[in-house]
Design a protein around this ligand. Structure first.
Ligand SMILES: *[C@@H]1O[C@H](CO)[C@@H](O)[C@H](O)[C@H]1NC(C)=O
Ligand SMILES: *[C@@H]1O[C@H](CO)[C@@H](O)[C@H](O)[C@H]1NC(C)=O
Ligand SMILES: *[C@@H]1O[C@H](CO)[C@@H](O)[C@H](O)[C@H]1NC(C)=O
Length: 297
């Protein structure tokens, strides 16, 4: 009995790591003139595993009607397990609106003062605070968090090395014509927002005009029977990121039943990978191993 008790106490001690809120992070900065200053009201949490074995950082962005804590505790969201298993730090941003703001000009601009700016500031703070290699910052998310992952790649390419997003839409697809923040966009969700690859590429380039550095390599997953965010968005994302990386929309390699039966993995060179999940709705389940492999973790 005594031995069991001690073993139990040790096991509890060994699992001491918890999701912890970070309060003061560059929160005195102001948005650009003319853009709504909503950046610095975004709370976030960090998970530092007991045994840090990696200098990488994973940013896990939650879906609508969720929060950092709910996403962290969701058994289908594997990034806590990933942190524990591979010893990397993970950052969990939390929106204060129902969904992330992927519609206002502020959020769709580099240093625009919107949600993307808030997450960028979390990344910058975390890189310094947890001794992260700035070349090993990875972003993931599902649904609204998947949309935001695309927006982060477009607005802060210099901060992110790779993105693995689930069931999102192209960066800028949810734009609000009236500039509303965190607005729903029926045209995009319904699959009517289609454009040429050039136009989708321009949408990305215009979010950070003049940027000419490296961009994060993009992996995106979408279900073929997604009734929340039309499967059309998959092809629009292919157009967008192949244009940004200046590669053909014809896959360089196509793998059937990868990473599991009824999924197809299409590569467009080394920087764009699209995974089509046949018969899967909204949202495609997170595939920790495949996403980590894309990140090089
Ligand atoms: C603080 O935030 C501003 C506005 O987002 C940004 O330009 C600046 O680089 C940030 N500073 C640090 C130290 O992260
Ligand atoms: C929805 O997004 C599309 C681009 O995807 C845009 O053209 C349209 O104006 C947006 N709709 C509204 C109501 O803002
Ligand atoms: C990229 O941008 C930097 C900073 O604005 C500039 O110094 C550099 O010349 C640019 N490089 C190219 C190839 O345009």
């Amino acid at each position: 009995m005594y031995k069991l008790f001690v073993a139990g106490a040790l096991a509890a001690g060994a699992l001491a790591a918890q999701l912890t809120q970070v309060s003061n992070y560059n929160n005195s900065a102001k948005a650009k003139p003319g853009m709504q200053d909503i950046t610095f009201r975004r709370p976030w949490w960090v998970y530092v595993p007991d045994a840090v074995k990696s200098d990488a950082l994973v940013v896990a962005i939650h879906s609508c009607q969720s929060s950092a804590q709910k996403y962290f505790q969701n058994s289908k969201i594997p990034w806590k397990q990933g942190s524990d298993r591979k010893g990397y730090v993970s950052v969990w941003p939390s929106s204060t609106t129902e969904c992330w703001d992927v519609s206002s000009r502020a959020s769709l601009s580099h240093d625009g003062g919107g949600d993307s700016n808030a997450i960028a500031n979390m990344i910058k703070y975390a890189v310094g605070q947890y001794k992260i290699d700035p070349k090993k910052v990875y972003v993931t998310g599902g649904s609204s968090g998947g949309m935001m992952s695309n927006v982060m790649a477009a607005t802060y390419p210099e901060l992110i090395s790779a993105v693995s997003l689930y069931s999102g839409v192209p960066a800028g697809c949810f734009v609000s014509a009236s500039g509303a923040s965190a607005a729903w966009n029926n045209s995009c969700s319904g699959g009517q927002s289609t454009a040429t690859a050039q136009k989708w590429g321009d949408v990305v380039r215009n979010m950070y005009p003049g940027y000419n550095g490296t961009r994060p390599k993009m992996q995106f997953w979408h279900g073929s029977v997604d009734s929340t965010l039309s499967p059309n968005n998959y092809q629009e994302e292919v157009k967008q990121w192949t244009n940004v990386f200046e590669v053909s929309q014809t896959p360089t390699e196509s793998k059937k039943d990868t990473p599991e039966k009824n999924y197809r993995t299409d590569d467009y060179g080394p920087n764009v990978e699209a995974i089509w999940a046949v018969g899967v709705g909204h949202s495609v389940p997170s595939h920790l191993d495949a996403s980590e492999a894309w990140f090089g973790l």
